[in-house]
Structure formats: structure tokens, C-alpha cells
Design a protein around this ligand. Structure first.
Ligand code: SF4
Length: 405
């Protein structure tokens, strides 16, 4: 005998769950699955149906033929969409939980002959900063040991010089520092201004992991910031570094009075180098009294996130370094940067002449959010391994196109 359920209580019966295949995702235009990989026959993507963002999202290897228009299209995607896409692509090339900790020490402060309008160390600006001689090797190595004990896997050494001409003894001491840092099992990076091919070779022989030389901003905006050396001179140093077999660290500073198109231009410069830089630092200007940019308005946070997320889409295998200005961000803002593709920070006591988030503070923050310091072996080697294990999305896309009617 079947029992009739009264109409009133029928609505209280558990509703049949919809089969997952009927669930569509009308709330997002970001395509995070391979077309045709879920249900039904494969759909061939066509130029009309895909966007630059979707194509970038499916990339399995860095490409160096980006146009400014393509980067601009990505940059101008609604920010939540852009961040979500960046977070998705980030997971293909990097572990989202691992953040590289780097510590930066100034090995020679102030007295620089360049006129970079944001910099406290230029002798042309009246910032009250006292120029010093170069720090000795043992002091630097003691700082590197402290950094290592606190979880940093990369140690960066900066000197306020225009270039390395006539600095043979200094360069010899720096090679000793590099050897000492490498002997600790850490990555060693230096930033010493412009270097020629022979100097790059000497640093490579000492075991240098990376050389930092920022292009700072777009080619178009650059002359408003620095007049004492050209954009092309900067690129020449980057080429010398690359030719010597040293990894390249080059990025920019946001908040130099530039426009959004200059963020696109900055990313375009590094994305169209013969090989992408292994590291792309994103700095937010920390205005310093006495410099021409000392009274500048802070860059908006959404512009920082947009730049990081765009860089992640365009430079998928690169480590994106959240650099100067991080200590002015709340924890939530930092997390938004990590979510959008940043995966390295400077941590320690100081960052050249500006304040830095301390190790203890960073450790506590990482614990709260399930992050961990990246190990040295995870960085470049890890990226190579991850690239090899990536499913051949591009091949699938090509096959789908070939079999399309
Ligand atoms: S070259 Fe470096 S140290 Fe010299 S003024 Fe420019 S940013 Fe400062």
C-alpha cells in the first residue's frame, strides 16, 4: 500500500541533487578547464570565442612575442576576473603555498652619481643620508647567516653605484661575498649598477645566482624619472647578465607619476626580452623627503594588484617579488597580492634605505594563511620540473582545432 504524502510536507522532502553535468558556471567568464575536457564533444576554440586572457590562461610555457595591445587587454580585465585568472595560472607554474623569502643588505650606502628621482642614495638629492664605504666581507656573511637562520633562502647585496668601472678591488670583495653566501646554500643576488660583459663573467664564476637591474618603468615614462643613464643602457646590462648565464632580476617601481599604460609598457619590456627574467620585482614607491618624488601620492592598491596579476599572466614562470612598500600594506592586502600571483618578499631588518617587514611578523602571518617559505631548490629547478609535468593543454587545443569541422 502506497502512502500519499500530504502536499504541505512534500516540500520538506529532500530535493534531488542536480547531476554535476547540468551545473553551469554563468558567474564567471574565466575558463579554467581545457575546452571539451569535461562533458560532450570537444569544442574547437576559435579566435572569435577566445580572448587574450583565456589564451594566456592556457599557456604551458612562457612566450616572448607579446604585444602591448595584448598586455593592455589583460591589464584592463575586471580586477576580480583578472586576479582569479592569475591565481589559476599561478597554480600551474608554482606552488601557491610557497613564498620565497629574500633578505637584502646595503653593502655600500649613498653617494651615487645617478639622479633617479625616487632614490635616497643619489648624491644629487638632499635627503640627509650619509654615504658610507663598502661593508667588509665578514659583516655581510654574518648577516647572511642570520637571514638563513630565519628562513631566507635568497640573500641580496646592493651597492649605490652608477657602474663598476674602476672598482676592481670592490668587485673582488663582492665575489668573496657571493662565494660565502653560496657556501651557506643560499641563492646570491647583487645589484651594483651597470656592469659590462667581463664583470658579469667574473660574478658568474664566483657562483652568482642572479643580478638585479630594474628597468623601473616604461620606456616612455623613463626620461621623467632618470636622466643620467638611458633605458637602453639598462637593457645592455641585462643582456650582459643574461649572456654570462646569470639569472635576471628586473622589474619596476609603481607610483613614479606614471599612467596605467606605463605599467603595461613596463611588463611589455621584460616580457619581450629574448628570455623572461627569472624574477620580476614590483615596488610601490616609498616617498623620501628631499627627493624630487618625496611628496608623491601613494599608488592605489588596485593598480598594484592589477600589475601583479597581469605580470603573472604574461610571465607565468617568473617569480614575482612584492618588494618595497609591502610594510605599508595590511595583511589582507598582502594576501591579495599573493593570491594574484606574487610569490616572493623581502624580509628582515631593513630593505636598503626603507623599512621592511620583520621575520617574526612574516612567520606569524604565513602560519595564519597556510603559507611557507620556499626552499632554494624549489625556485628555478622547481619551475623547470613543474613545466615538464604540465598537461599538454596547447597540444589538446591544436588537436581540437584540427578535428573541428
Ligand atoms: S643608480 Fe641606484 S643607488 Fe644610484 S640613484 Fe639610482 S637607484 Fe639610487
Amino acid at each position: 500500500m502506497s502512502r500519499r504524502i500530504p502536499a504541505k510536507s512534500r516540500s520538506l522532502q529532500p530535493r534531488r541533487l542536480l547531476s554535476p553535468q547540468f551545473i553551469s558556471r554563468p558567474f564567471s567568464t574565466v575558463q579554467d578547464v581545457v575546452p571539451g575536457s569535461s562533458t560532450g564533444p570537444p569544442q574547437a576554440p576559435t579566435p572569435q570565442r577566445t580572448s587574450v586572457l583565456q589564451d594566456a590562461l592556457q599557456s604551458t610555457a612562457p612566450r616572448t612575442n607579446w604585444t602591448k595591445e595584448e598586455i593592455s587587454e589583460i591589464y584592463n580585465t575586471p580586477l576580480m576576473e583578472l586576479s582569479y585568472a592569475a591565481a589559476t595560472l599561478h597554480r600551474r607554474f608554482h606552488s601557491p603555498a610557497a613564498i620565497q623569502l629574500c633578505t637584502l643588505i646595503n653593502i655600500k650606502t649613498g653617494g651615487c652619481s645617478e639622479d633617479c628621482s625616487y632614490c635616497a642614495q643619489s648624491s644629487r638629492h638632499n635627503t640627509g643620508l650619509k654615504a658610507t664605504k663598502m661593508v667588509n666581507v665578514e659583516t655581510v656573511l654574518a648577516a647572511a647567516r642570520t637571514a638563513k637562520e630565519n628562513g631566507s633562502s635568497r640573500f641580496c647585496m646592493g651597492a649605490a653605484w652608477r657602474d663598476m668601472r674602476g672598482r676592481k678591488t670592490n668587485l673582488r670583495n663582492i665575489t668573496e661575498m657571493v662565494k660565502g653566501v653560496r657556501a651557506l646554500g643560499m641563492e646570491a643576488c647583487v645589484t651594483l649598477g651597470m656592469i659590462d660583459a667581463a664583470q658579469a663573467k667574473e660574478l658568474k664564476q664566483a657562483g652568482l645566482t642572479a643580478y638585479n637591474h630594474n628597468v623601473d618603468t616604461s620606456r616612455e615614462h623613463y626620461p621623467s624619472v632618470i636622466t643620467t643613464r638611458s633605458y637602453d643602457e639598462r637593457l645592455a646590462t641585462i643582456e650582459n647578465v643574461r649572456e654570462a648565464g646569470i639569472n635576471v632580476c628586473t622589474g619596476g617601481i609603481l607610483g613614479l607619476g606614471e599612467k596605467a599604460k606605463d605599467h603595461v609598457g613596463l611588463i611589455h619590456t621584460v616580457a619581450t626580452l629574448p628570455k623572461h627574467p627569472e624574477s620580476f620585482p614590483v615596488n610601490a614607491l616609498v616617498p623620501i623627503k628631499g627627493t624630487p618624488l618625496g611628496e608623491s601620492k601613494a599608488i592605489s592598491f588596485d593598480a598594484i594588484v592589477r600589475t601583479i596579476a597581469t605580470a603573472r599572466m604574461v610571465l607565468p614562470a617568473t617569480i614575482i617579488r612584492l618588494a618595497a612598500g609591502r610594510n605599508t600594506m595590511t595583511e589582507e592586502k598582502q594576501m591579495m597580492c599573493f593570491f594574484s600571483g606574487a610569490n616572493a618578499v623581502f624580509t628582515g631588518e631593513k630593505m636598503l634605505t626603507t623599512a621592511c617587514n620583520g621575520w617574526e611578523e612574516d612567520k606569524a602571518m604565513f602560519d595564519r594563511w597556510g603559507l611557507r617559505p620556499m626552499e632554494s631548490h624549489e625556485t628555478l629547478q622547481g619551475q623547470e620540473e613543474m613545466k615538464e609535468s604540465i598537461p599538454p593543454v596547447v597540444e589538446q587545443k591544436e588537436q581540437a582545432l584540427a578535428s573541428a569541422p
